[in-house]
Every structure is written in structure tokens, then in C-alpha cells.
Design a protein around this ligand. Structure first.
Ligand code: F6P
Length: 539
């Protein structure tokens, strides 16, 4: 459906933004109204320059765009991914055994749980040491080879849940740069390593190149790839051709998109790291968010609210980027994960019906863990000329009880950042500081101006009790649904990714030129010049 214009009243409101400093003082009920809690999470939107009427207008627009029907279709397993003519039914991977989840009219929960059971048996066997390498030694290390959704989900979640690791060490190789696999395999014992090749298509050039390198390494170092390789894929024929024992292939269907796949076989490395029980809790957290997304009123619905605020920022206020700032070191990979989830999903220029999008679509998503970012790019967030909406994440409780003072400091920093963005510092306040520092006259004025913070800058804070598997499941599903809602409002298909294809095709055709087998003659001057430079300098 072509996207109608966003309501003019919203554009007008954006011209007269709310003054956060004033409303947070003048309106004591604001914080309570704009803090939403569900299943142990609290989402604070009080420091966003929105109010009830803005959110209501955005909600009405989302509903006019067919949000309710789109959500129903998504959960009914309909073919919502229209350009690939398939469903986007990743919620089926985390639905309970008796959910009866249907995709395209057929019940899939039975098959999903059969694979989950097989993963559980395999993961338990690897963890307990009953499943061993071909020389009979216990597996000490697992190397997941995959890229994009076949890497970022399990890598991010495995890192996030470090305190729950009680299995073999897990490593992740994604980049085709030989440095990645070389650095990962160095120091590993091929006889005690399990290699998992994670690729939905089993054709991705980076993954297949790394998989072949790992296979050769294992052969050369006393391991046996026929025994010590597993695969996670939709392509049984290709995993067999590669030589992977079908008993160690965990399959899934094409209605699971790469960036939505951590909940099923692609999560095997995570399951081996934290154990099937904790993995189940991770799935239950996501289920809880699915329930919340389907049942909660828009005014209380976290994914919908996050999406509405996202649309408000990017499409109405023109803030082109969004910073994700977890004050949780173990979520350091969340910004990378969300880059794929959000930018591969909503970075599109064409609407569902093939017409050009009349407005900008998804924002640039970026970020890093706090407090590190404070000492790097926060300068621009606070005093730069662009407004960067920020999303903070913070746990009430850390996993290091004997380091409580660290956690208190972490929380204080997180809250300080949203307060600083909101309050800013006026010229008058800056002058007073300079005066107290002993300055006067022109020097006081000049120095004071550098110390002004515009303030009234928007941020959201998501607070949770502790980063456990359940909570991580909730957080990821929250972002998945937010991306979906934004996509519906923008009238685009959030589930395809045609924009990654051209570069892949060109890389394939350029490889023989780089290898020197084919002349670069006829290529554009820039490409030919760079190939010439590389040939000249690589000896
Ligand atoms: O290049 C993009 C992409 O198709 C992602 O969407 C996907 O997650 C990734 O490549 C890996 O694909 P596969 O799992 O098929 O190797």
C-alpha cells in the first residue's frame, strides 16, 4: 500500500518542540505517563520531545497504515515478505511446543520443536563430553563460521550472556579476511574443536571460504572434518555435498530470515555455551515480548512506542541517525546486531507496491557501550550541530556483586547522560562557572560559550533487572517488532535485502581481475587504477 503523507499536524508540532526542561518540572505526571513497564522491563520516554497528542497522532497514522492487520498477518505466518514471496515467521521458533503456530496455513510447531530437541541432545552431548572429537577427546572449543544473521545474533547473545557460560569456549568467525580465521584457529587444538558452519543458503562466499579453510586446517592438524563439523542451514543438499554428516545438520525453513534466526538452529553455539535450559529461558523472554506486542494497547506497547518515537525522530524531525548506547559492557555487540536488524530491514527506497518512498526510510543506527562512548563520540552528541536521538540500556543489577561500586557508577553515568542531554547548560550557567573560576571580561565570555550545552536533546532509557537469558530474549524481540512496526508505517518490506546483492555480484566478477587472470581493461578508471596499484604493490 503506498504510504500516505504523515499528518501535517505532526510536522507543525516538530517546528515547536516541547521544552523537556520545562515539562519535566511543570508536569509532575509526565514521567509516570511516559514510563511504560511490562514483564520486568521499563521503557522511559519522558525525555523524548513527545507528548500524549503527538503519540496519539502517530498511533492513528500507524493504524491507518494497517498496523493491526499487518501484525495479525505476521503472526498468522502469511507471506508478508512479498518480494521473496514468503512468511517472516521467526516467532514460530520461540513459540511453545503446543502453540500450533502456522505458516502458510500449515502447522510448524511440531517440526520446529523436533529440531530444537535434536539441538538440545547434541548441545548436551557436546557440553557433557559424551560427544567427542574423532580421537576420543572432549570438545573444548566451538568455532561458529557464519556472517550477517548467521553470526551477529549468536555472537552478540553469547557475549551478552557470558556469566551463564558453562560449556566449551565459543568463537565466531565471519570476515572473509584471512586474518579472522587465522587469528581464531591459532592456538586451538583441531582434535578438540567442533566447527559449526552456519549459513541459511550455504552459498555465502565468506562463510564457504572460511569453512573450506577450517576444513583444511582440521585435516592438517589431526582432527577429522567428517566427524567434527556441524551445519545450520536450509540447504541439506549443499551441506551433504560439503561432507557434513546429516546427523549433525540442523535445518530450518526459508521463512526464517537471516537477521531473525538466532532463535533456532543458528543459535546452536549459544545453546552450547549457556546450555539448553538457559537457551529455553532466552526463547521464553522473546515469547513474552511477542505476547506483549500482540496484546498491549498501543499506549503501553513497547515495540509500538519505540517505533512511533523512531518515526517521529527520523521522518518528522529529520534526525537521520540513532545511537544505541548500552550501559552494559556485555551488550557491546548490540549496536552491530541492531545495525543489521534495522538497516538491512528498513534501509529501502521502494515501497511495497514498487513506488519510490516519498520520504527517508530507516535511520543510520550506530553506537557503542557506555561508558566507553562518553570518552569518544559523546562530545558530538552533546554539543554537535546535529541532534542524535539516543537509546540507553541499563541493568538495575550487575553480575559482579563484589563490584557493586562499579555498577553504581555505571548507572550514575547512564542517568547523567540522559539528564545532561535533557537539561543542557545555559550561557548564564556557563558564565557563572567561568566567573567562579576567576575569569572576567572577554575571556570569560569566550570560554563560557564553549561550555554551553544546548540541552533539550531526546533520549530513551530501557531499564531491566539484570541481563539474563530471559531479558536478552525480551530485548531482541522488542527491537525486532519495533523494526517491523516502523516498516509498516513506512510502507516498505522489512524482510528482504536486495541491496546487498549488487556488491556480491561485482565481487564475484572482480575476483579474476584481482587474481590477475583477467585483464582490468574496460573497467572504469577508478577500479582499474586500484587493481593496478594492488598488482604493483603486492609483490
Ligand atoms: O548478505 C546479506 C545476507 O543475506 C544476510 O541477510 C544474511 O544474514 C547473511 O547474508 C548470511 O546469509 P547466509 O546465512 O545464507 O550465509
Amino acid at each position: 500500500m503506498p504510504s500516505p503523507q504523515l499528518p501535517e499536524s505532526l510536522a507543525q508540532r516538530a517546528q515547536n518542540p516541547i521544552d523537556l526542561r520545562r515539562v519535566l518540572v511543570d508536569d509532575p505526571g509526565r514521567a509516570a505517563r511516559l514510563q511504560v513497564s511490562a514483564a520486568g522491563l521499563t521503557l522511559d520516554l519522558a525525555t523524548q520531545r513527545v507528548d500524549g497528542p503527538v503519540l496519539q497522532a502517530l498511533t492513528a497514522h500507524a493504524e491507518q497504515q494497517g498496523l493491526i492487520e499487518a501484525r495479525r498477518s505476521l503472526f498468522a505466518g502469511a507471506r508478508v515478505n512479498v518480494t521473496e514471496d514468503r512468511a517472516a515467521a521467526h516467532m514460530a521458533l520461540r513459540a511453545p511446543r503446543d502453540a500450533g503456530f502456522t505458516v502458510d496455513g500449515a502447522e510448524v510447531s511440531g517440526d520446529v520443536h523436533a529440531v530444537l530437541d535434536a539441538m538440545t541432545v547434541f548441545a548436551e552431548a557436546v557440553r557433557s563430553g559424551t560427544w567427542r572429537g574423532h580421537t576420543g577427546e572432549v570438545i573444548t572449543d566451538v568455532v561458529n563460521i557464519g556472517i550477517g544473521g548467521s553470526d551477529l545474533g549468536p555472537a552478540m547473545a553469547t557475549r551478552a550472556l557470558t556469566p551463564y557460560h558453562d560449556g566449551p569456549r565459543c568463537h565466531f568467525v565471519s570476515n572473509v579476511d584471512g586474518a579472522h580465521i587465522a587469528d581464531t584457529l591459532r592456538g586451538l587444538d583441531a582434535k578438540t574443536t567442533l566447527v559449526i558452519v552456519a549459513s541459511k543458503t550455504f552459498t555465502t562466499i565468506e562463510t564457504m571460504t572460511n569453512a573450506r579453510t577450517a576444513r583444511a586446517w582440521m585435516q592438517d592438524h589431526g582432527g577429522d572434518p567428517a566427524a567434527q563439523f556441524a551445519a545450520l542451514s536450509t540447504a541439506d543438499d549443499k551441506t551433504a555435498e560439503f561432507g557434513i554428516d546429516p546427523a549433525q545438520v540442523f535445518g530450518f525453513e526459508d521463512w526464517v530470515g537471516g537477521r531473525y534466526s538466532v532463535w533456532g538452529p543458528i543459535g546452536l553455539s549459544l545453546m552450547i555455551a549457556i546450555g539448553p535450559k538457559a537457551f529455553d529461558s532466552f526463547l521464553r523472554g522473546a515469547q513474552e515480548m511477542d505476547r506483549h506486542f500482540c496484546a498491549a494497547d498501543p499506549a503501553e506497547n513497547m515495540p509500538i512506542l519505540l517505533a512511533l518515537v523512531g518515526i517521529w525522530h527520523n521522518q518528522i524531525c529529520g534526525h537521520a541517525t540513532r545511537a544505541v548506547l548500552p550501559y552494559d559492557q556485555r551488550l557491546e555487540m548490540l549496536p552491530d546486531y541492531l545495525q543489521q536488524l534495522e538497516m538491512e530491514s528498513n534501509g529501502k527506497g521502494v515501497q511495497m507496491d514498487g513506488s519510490d518512498s516519498p520520504r527517508h526510510t530507516g535511520p543510520v543506527v550506530w553506537g557503542a557501550a557506555g561508558t566507553n562512548g562518553q570518552h569518544a563520540f559523546y562530545q558530538l552528541i552533546h554539543q554537535g550541530t546535529r541532534v542524535i536521538p539516543c537509546e540507553f540500556l541499563v541493568a538495575a543489577k550487575g553480575h559482579e556483586p563484589d563490584l557493586q561500586h562499579h555498577h553504581d557508577l555505571l548507572i550514575a553515568n547512564c542517568l547523567a547522560q540522559s539528564e545532561a542531554l535533557m537539561r543542557g547548560r545555559s550561557l548564564k550557567e556557563a558564565r557563572a562557572i567561568m566567573h567562579d573560576a576567576g575569569l572576567s571580561g572577554d575571556e570569560l565570555e569566550r570560554q563560557a560559550r564553549h561550555r554551553v550545552f544546548p540541552g533539550n536533546r531526546p533520549s530513551t532509557t530501557l531499564a531491566y533487572e539484570t541481563l539474563d537469558p530471559f531479558t536478552l530474549g525480551q530485548i531482541i524481540a522488542l527491537y525486532e517488532h519495533r523494526v517491523f512496526v516502523e516498516g509498516v508505517i513506512l510502507g516498505i518490506n522489512s524482510f528482504d535485502q536486495w541491496g546487498v546483492e549488487l556488491g556480491k555480484e561485482l565481487a564475484k566478477s572482480l575476483q579474476p581481475l584481482v587474481e590477475g587472470e583477467v585483464s582490468a581493461e574496460g573497467k572504469d578508471g577508478s577500479t582499474a587504477g586500484l587493481i593496478g596499484y594492488i598488482h604493483q604493490h603486492r609483490g
